[in-house]
Ligand binder design. Structure first.
Ligand SMILES: [Zn+2]
Length: 105
């Protein structure tokens, strides 16, 4: 893949490059840590009249009355409600592949 004219960088060169990168990353992490700490402290201290910062939890999927939704036999993901097409919207699995239709005539 590489052109033969170019020599691969030497170990020392690579090392220097990597260490420089690591230093930059460490610097970044340090800054981010400071930011995160500041945010945590700001979140802990309840200053008067804080309306912002409330996060609603909607991670859990709401249960739909115990009625199981049809699942795709290919990827086993629940199919979205509504019109059911010929193929899974997630993986494109063709439902006809596992549901043979009876032909009449
Ligand atoms: Zn699928």
């Amino acid at each position: 893949m590489r052109s033969p004219a170019r020599r691969p960088p030497s170990d020392a060169e690579l090392h220097a490059r990597l260490s420089a990168r690591i230093e930059a990353l460490e610097d970044r992490v340090r800054r981010l840590e400071v930011l995160v700490r500041g945010a945590v402290v700001a979140g802990r201290t309840r200053s008067s009249g804080t309306a912002s910062g409330r996060v609603r939890r909607q991670m859990a999927a709401p249960r739909t009355g115990g009625r199981a939704r049809p699942r795709c036999p290919g990827c086993t993901l629940e199919l979205p409600p509504g019109r059911r097409g010929e193929a899974c919207v997630w993986c494109g699995f063709l439902f006809d592949a596992v549901r043979p239709r009876k032909r009449k005539g």
